[in-house]
Design a binder for this molecule. Structure first.
Ligand code: MN
Length: 166
């Protein structure tokens, strides 16, 4: 009789442990899936001489008279980046995923990680893009009240590799 009770107890404990394990692995897989999900669609592949490498743009908001901010989600493949450029009314970059690079003329390359925000001052030449080994997804909010983005020369491989040399 006593032995039976112990056996039943053991079975019950084993069932509980296995249930717990199932729940744990289920939760873990949900988290992993959520992390991989994109917040915005990638949009269309960018076909422009102002970009090096493959990048995609999803135009979220087109500027209008009442609100002159352009809002776009850009996905940079590893190693891809914009050319040097400046924004007459500045720009705000929200890092959504991956690891990116940002550099203002005359300053070192900075790493941008998911959840970080960068404020580009107006008329300061800069570039942004993905790091060599990771895609980078950003939402850029660009003021258009003082005119469109001013594009300059492409970022050379030497400039791009600058982060690793410091
Ligand atoms: Mn910019």
């Amino acid at each position: 009789m006593k032995r039976n009770s112990i056996t039943i107890l053991l079975v019950a404990v084993l069932v509980l442990i296995s249930c717990n394990n199932t729940n744990t692995s289920k939760n873990a897989s949900v988290t992993t899936k959520a992390e991989k999900e994109l917040i915005f669609d990638r949009g269309n592949k960018i076909d422009s001489p102002n970009f090096t490498g493959d990048a995609w743009l999803n135009n979220l908001i087109t500027p209008e008279d009442e609100n002159r901010n352009a809002v776009g989600s850009v996905t940079f493949s590893p190693g891809s980046r914009t050319s040097w450029h400046s924004h007459p009314a500045g720009q705000i970059i929200l890092a959504l995923n991956g690891i990116g690079y940002y550099q203002e003329k005359g300053k070192p390359v900075e790493i941008i990680r998911k959840g970080e925000v960068v404020k580009c001052p107006h008329n300061i030449p800069h570039w942004h893009g993905a790091s060599p080994d990771s895609e980078f997804i950003q939402v850029a909010i660009t003021g258009r009240e003082n005119g469109p983005t001013v594009w300059m020369e492409p970022v050379t491989d030497e400039e791009y590799d600058g982060y690793n040399k410091d």
